[in-house]
Design a protein around this ligand. Sequence first.
Ligand SMILES: [Zn+2]
Length: 295
Amino acid sequence: MKAFILSVALMAGLTVSAQRVNQCGIIIPPQRPNTSFSSVYEARDYVNTMLDSINWKENFTIREQNGINNAYATIIRGQRYIVYDNNFLENLDAYARTKWASISVLAHEMGHHYRNHVVSTSGSTPAKELEADYFSGYVMAKLGATLDEARAAMQQIASPTASSTHPAKADRLNSITKGWNYAWGVNNNNNNQNNPPAPQPQQNPPPASTDASWIYLSLYGNSDMTVYLSDDGKTFQEAPLKTTQPFVFKFEVYNYGWLRFSNSSGTKTYRLNHGKDYAIVWSRRSNSWTVIEVP
Ligand SMILES: [Zn+2]
């Protein structure tokens, strides 16, 4: 867990120092004394309400990280997260003069996970942002927000001009409107206003792994297996492997780390290097599970 926190803190540091506009093209609102989100649990409640409204079982974890002045969707070690700063959301609500502002930003970040996007700290793409905006509009309608309420945050804080990473405000407002209309069945002849926008098929493995330094660990066996991974060779963390999908991860201390598992022939520990892929396979000759490097 220590390693995970380190990586979040690192990313947060970059975000704070680098930009007035975050990776979703949102202009950071000025500080306001007003408060609304009182704790991590309240934001979580909103997220749960949104999930219920579209019958979606979450594929992400929500994490409070104060001081980053931001809210963003990310993937760390193959796991999806929404990371947010309470104060940022409070400032946003005060600035837009509605609680719906922060809710719509959380919905936007959910939209990135729903559509299986990867949004890096260096920026997204306009197409992904418009998809997340559409999703936000859809969810806002499901929660009972008016169109103005659904658009309030974007109206206040979207960057007016397009860039290589985000669309212009007018296009984003339009996308929110389309999602909101879709939920209400406006311009929709199929009478399917209760269906959420189609998610992308779940990509397998998680898309963050396009970075060649990540390690893919595949299990070739009949049943799932729990192994243990360590950044420092001392503390091991549980990693559940599924036979159907590679486990994609990176070590945090060095560009290598350790894999350990037990089977009938005892406990084995292997050193794994970044930039390599590995498979756990059954060895007929040694009559045990073994790790091989995938060429
Ligand atoms: Zn975004």
